[in-house]
Design a binder for this molecule. Structure first.
Ligand code: UDP
Length: 196
């Protein structure tokens, strides 16, 4: 796949099915992926935030085209970007694959109780889903080592971080080498949606 570089952000133009298949296979083989679904807001944010832009360009493993704006921009620049891979949709598809393949999942972020609600709703939809742990997204710097330890001890292979962009990407990038889950992905306000 030819990378579509959009305002300095390297987007890989996978379809949703391709992204789901690759990320599921890689997780089962314990290959690590730090995933970002880049919508127009994220790409614009990166223009004013050098740290964020560097993180997207150098630290993220897989940046997917989230939203009509990113798909349009990629195609406008002459790349082939077949479809949008929205963060929320990808998150739901990965939960489905996690349930099917017995991949333990950790829900991190949102206001107190929201991660638990999102996990419970995930279990209702996909009864085989193995929830390794949950933790809200409000914490001090001193609590971070404990959060990392809890995630690692949980045995989770997929970590969904819903702290909003760019906080979630910065957090995942900062701790990526200490975090054991194979898949690290920021999903913004998705728990709020799934929790209902
Ligand atoms: N959030 C959090 N910790 C923070 C700030 C935000 O867990 O320190 C959560 C917040 O509760 C919400 C999500 O992050 O669930 C942010 O959602 P938003 O829709 O603002 O993010 P976006 O989808 O736009 O990235």
């Amino acid at each position: 796949k030819e990378i579509a570089t959009i305002l300095g952000v390297p987007v890989i133009p996978y379809t949703m099915d391709e992204a789901v298949a690759k990320l599921t296979q890689d997780t089962l083989q314990r290959k690590r992926n730090f995933v970002v679904t880049a919508n127009a807001e994220i790409i614009m944010m990166a223009q004013d935030d050098k740290e964020y832009k560097t993180l997207l360009a150098e630290t993220a493993d897989l940046i997917l085209p989230d939203g009509a704006g990113t798909v349009w921009a990629g195609n406008y620049l002459g790349y082939t970007v077949p479809e949008r891979v929205a963060g929320y949709d990808l998150y739901l598809r990965l939960l489905e694959e996690a349930a099917r393949n017995k991949i333990p999942v950790y829900f991190f972020g949102g206001k107190p109780g929201i991660a638990e609600e999102a996990a419970a709703e995930g279990k209702r939809r996909w009864p085989g889903l193995h929830v390794a742990g949950c933790r809200n997204g409000y914490f001090s710097a001193e609590e971070e080592p404990k959060i990392i330890e809890d995630i690692n001890r949980s045995g989770a292979a997929m970590l969904f971080a819903a702290l909003g962009a760019p906080k979630q990407e910065k957090w995942l990038a900062q701790y990526r080498d200490r975090l054991k889950p194979s898949l690290l992905m920021g999903i913004g306000g998705s728990f709020d949606v799934l929790a209902g």
